[in-house]
Design a protein around this ligand. Structure first.
Ligand code: SF4
Length: 215
């Protein structure tokens, strides 16, 4: 991302972020802003092996910013049908219970399907995290190898350097906006944090006050 674009991106993110504290509808806009550049770059790279219906990467541990998780929470509660929302809530709580019983190391070496994945598609796609939006691969066989043996951490998933750089820039921009707003500068595990929000929606009021809600 060039310097001028990066500066404009920060200004847009900052505007959205400050408004999101009083109007959580802004969180979806913020998510779209966060990931638009990535989607554009990805569409320019035909060597990317990712295709609709392939979801092997939705079995790995995802770290997300608190505002991204709150955006996903509102999307589930307000944008999906009652039935879809109920299905997701049950799935999230059940996966979170598994995650709470294992260590981070075990999670890193086990395939645990993201509960937001329904029929091999991300059910919260418009508000997915930067980590999810930027993840990609140029080798389906490497993804399948990693999926078939998650304990083997020696392999790597080949990616497009230009997209990795874009994702790094966007992540840096998100940290900068959080820093400007004196917010906690920490990503947290997606599913267990989402389950905490579902159990205690009042945490969102604490987030509005700048508190660290996912300790
Ligand atoms: S949030 Fe969506 S894209 Fe990310 S791991 Fe879950 S299903 Fe996959």
């Amino acid at each position: 991302m060039n310097a001028a674009l990066y500066r404009d991106h920060i200004i847009a993110l900052q505007s959205c972020y400050s408004q999101a504290k009083s109007n959580t509808n802004q969180l979806a806009k913020l998510a779209a802003l966060q990931t638009a550049q990535l989607s554009k770059k990805m569409s320019q790279h035909t060597e990317i092996a990712c295709k609709k219906g392939c979801s092997t990467c939705c079995n790995i541990r995802v770290l997300a910013f608190p505002h991204e998780i709150i955006g996903i929470y509102f999307y589930i509660k307000t944008e999906l049908s009652g039935e879809q929302s109920e299905t997701l809530v049950t799935r999230i709580k059940s996966t979170a219970a598994i995650l709470n019983s294992i260590t981070t190391e075990q999670h890193d070496t086990t395939n645990i399907e993201c509960p937001l994945l329904l029929n091999d598609a991300c059910s919260v796609y418009p508000v997915r995290s930067l980590a999810c939006a930027g993840y990609h691969s140029t080798s389906l066989s490497q993804c399948q190898k990693s999926y078939s043996d998650p304990t083997d951490l020696t392999g790597f998933i080949p990616q497009v350097r230009e997209i990795q750089s874009e994702q790094e820039s966007l992540t840096k921009a998100a940290y900068q906006v959080l820093h400007q707003n004196k917010e906690p500068l920490k990503k947290v595990e997606l599913v267990s944090s989402l389950a905490k929000l579902l159990d205690s929606p009042t945490l969102i009021n604490k987030w509005r006050k700048g508190r660290n809600i996912f300790t």
